[in-house]
Design a protein around this ligand. Structure first.
Ligand SMILES: Cc1cc2nc3c(=O)[nH]c(=O)nc-3n(C[C@H](O)[C@H](O)[C@H](O)COP(=O)(O)O)c2cc1C
Length: 174
């Protein structure tokens, strides 16, 4: 895709009564996207079904957030996370995502599901954007990306531990 990597710096918004939904297979390939996702991400359905979800990854997202997301999903837990995504045309949009494993009737994980709402502006601007900026900066200080994600994961954990709360408590305290 010729637009890959390009960023406009323009933030786009969706309504408070809308939910952006996608589902993935166990490996993170998109199997379903609702109309709101297609509109805000500026992709046609046939461009995204079967593609890895990192298609919409924004470079400002710290890797440690996705590491935590996958660790929680692999342990059959849900996670709430603030995420900034990149649209096909290089615009960006912030969400508060709730990501869960999808279980079949035998309680076997068959895929994953993400529902995203409009985040509150105050926690986003007051806490999340500066936090993610610092986490990204920490990651980029390491030449080895693996070492980078370990360093930013340690940093995130230390910040949360200092507050004497869990990750979930931290997110819901914002
Ligand atoms: C259900 C589900 C939804 C996801 N939604 C997003 C998303 O909206 N944006 C995003 O960047 N990554 C999302 N991811 C995480 C991606 O799979 C991936 O881990 C992330 O984009 C980092 O990719 P990278 O490690 O290749 O850089 C989602 C994963 C799952 C399972």
């Amino acid at each position: 895709m010729s637009t890959k990597g390009h960023l406009t710096g323009i933030e786009t918004f969706f309504d408070k009564d809308e939910v952006i939904v996608t589902k993935t297979c166990l490996k993170g390939s998109i199997t379903y996207a609702n109309r709101t996702f297609l509109r805000i991400s500026e992709y046609d359905e046939n461009e995204i079904i079967g593609r890895q979800h990192n298609l919409i990854r924004h470079p400002d997202m710290p890797r440690c957030v996705f590491k935590l997301l996958w660790a929680r999903l692999q342990a059959q837990h849900e996670i709430f996370a603030y995420v900034v995504n990149r649209s096909k045309l290089g615009n960006h949009y912030w969400v508060l995502a709730h990501v869960t494993p999808s279980l079949n009737s035998e309680r076997k994980v068959v895929g994953f599901h993400s529902s995203r709402r409009v985040p509150e502006r105050a926690p986003l601007e007051g806490t999340i954007i500066p936090l993610y900026h610092d986490l990204r900066q920490r990651e980029q200080q390491e030449a080895d990306p693996k070492r980078g994600v370990e360093a930013s994961s340690d940093m995130l954990q230390a910040i949360i531990q200092n507050k004497g709360v869990s990750y979930d408590q931290f997110i819901f305290s914002l």
